[in-house]
Design a protein around this ligand. Structure first.
Ligand code: THU
Length: 136
């Protein structure tokens, strides 16, 4: 099957964002992670009354995929914005960049923005100097 275009992956991220559970920040984030297998894993942020256990959309997508046996990834689309507003540019937090670095090389594609305005990055641009498995 043909891999999704950046715009198609972003549309999936926008769909994932609709499931966000964010009653504290009211900031809704969605992610769509493309595995090398061709499967797409969706993720949303999941908040918690204790705040600390909150999980970002990107990590939700990664952990779903890794828990189903995936280890190689090609791209992730991410979009965010306040509840009730249109999805917009939302850069991944540092913790999520570190999780990406665990499973992905520098050429892993990180697609930001929204379906109308796609801004493509690479992991090496977002996290140029890594602490990863090669370091240990
Ligand atoms: N959030 C994400 O889901 N991904 C990011 O990369 C940035 C932050 C979520 C966490 C929290 O639920 C809300 O956005 C506000 O920080």
């Amino acid at each position: 099957m043909k891999p999704p275009t950046d715009r198609e992956l972003m549309l999936e991220a926008q769909r994932a964002r609709l499931s966000a559970y964010a009653p504290y920040s009211h900031f809704f984030v969605g992610a769509a992670l493309l595995a090398a297998s061709g499967k797409v894993y969706l993720g949303c942020n999941i908040e918690n009354a204790a705040y600390g256990p909150t999980n970002c959309a990107e990590r939700t997508a990664f952990f779903k995929a890794v828990s189903e046996g995936e280890r190689e990834f090609l791209a992730i689309a991410i979009t965010g914005g306040r509840e009730g507003e249109s999805p917009a540019f939302c850069a991944p937090c540092g913790v999520c960049r570190q999780v990406m670095a665990e499973f992905c090389k520098g050429d892993f594609r990180v697609i930001l923005g929204n379906a109308e305005d796609i801004k493509p990055y690479t992991l090496s641009r977002l996290l140029p100097v890594t602490f990863d498995k090669e370091t240990l």
